[in-house]
Ligand binder design. Sequence first.
Ligand code: GTP
Ligand code: IMP
Ligand code: MG
Length: 345
Amino acid sequence: MVKKATVVVGGAFGDEGKGKMISYLCLKDKPDIVARGGVGPNAGHTVIAKGEKYGIRQTPSGFPNEKARLLIGAGVLVDTDVFLNEIKKLNKFNVDSRIGVDYRCTIIEEQHKERDSGNAYLKEKVMTTGTGCGPANEDRVKRIAKRAENIPELKKYLTDVSKELNDAIDAGKKVLIEGTQGFSLSVYYGSYPFVTSKDTTSSAILSDVGIGPTKVSDVIVVFKSYLSRVGGGHLEGELTDEQIKKSEIWKKIHSLERGTVTGRQRRIAEFDFKLAKNSVMINGATQIALTCLDLLFPECSKVTKYDKLSENAKNYVKNIEEQLGVPITLISTGPELESTIDKRK
Ligand code: GTP
Ligand code: IMP
Ligand code: MG
């Protein structure tokens, strides 16, 4: 059988734990290439590797697999300082020598950050991350933005990501594509206008890295076991302070939920089946990864075998699986890579 790529995307409002899930998959499945799509450095993926915690904004989260080539697709915005500092921070993982940036990536400049955090509508209503992503995409659409090929400091990293990926897939190599943000932040399918500046569904992520839908065999959609949202916009079933205070479980979750990039408090809610069904449909999910099960069922913390989950936790998983009609093949029971139940064949 011809091997094809796997794409991993966020199912809801971002921060579903894609960083942990993707780094797990990259160590376990050992892809030859990990390529990142999505908006840009507004994302903060948390990856715990070699005993340290990293908040990753530009580098693909598969970096703990030191044999993989790491690529940033043409659709991703690049903030040169964030990118270069991150490479330095990740020198233990030898990122500098194996990362490539598509020469067509749009560059975020200082003025984009100023236009993002200096605009009352974006800052106070949409509550953007202030990282300049929206204004940089605006300039790309106006066809006045700089591209990576115009930046001397990026010269040694430049490549044609779409060519590398298509050649690798055609040669039968393993490729993993990672998305950032999440379905409900899509500028088309999310809770407009409280969304990011691009589409964030699997099709858009493929376009970001330059591969067609026929080159993909699996779409893994990552959901948290509950919902969290940072920034403006409606959150169905949002828990009130009163409800949070009454439950030890929600109190703990609330205390842990802070933005990776902005440090802002994330709002929380119970799992939303209507949202998840739409997300599964539009993403074309073939598998679901469910994270943070340990936070709803503390007795399941660090469990690595499905049979060892409590009956309540198993019922919770089964119910989501049945309602969404897509198998839950991966379950995360803690932030560390080892705390993973892998039900894939
Ligand atoms: P975006 O690209 O910003 O959408 O980020 P993300 O999906 O990578 O998620 P992010 O790292 O921002 O937030 C997820 C948080 O949950 C991090 O603090 C992770 O360390 C943590 N986390 C991930 N999986 C689990 C899990 O199964 N259990 C627990 N307790 N924490 C987890
Ligand atoms: P922007 O992408 O910075 O323009 O922000 C637009 C909206 O998307 C805001 O509500 C942000 O909080 C949200 N957002 C953007 N990226 C992420 C992410 O990676 N995780 C969670 N929320 C995000
Ligand atoms: Mg995040």
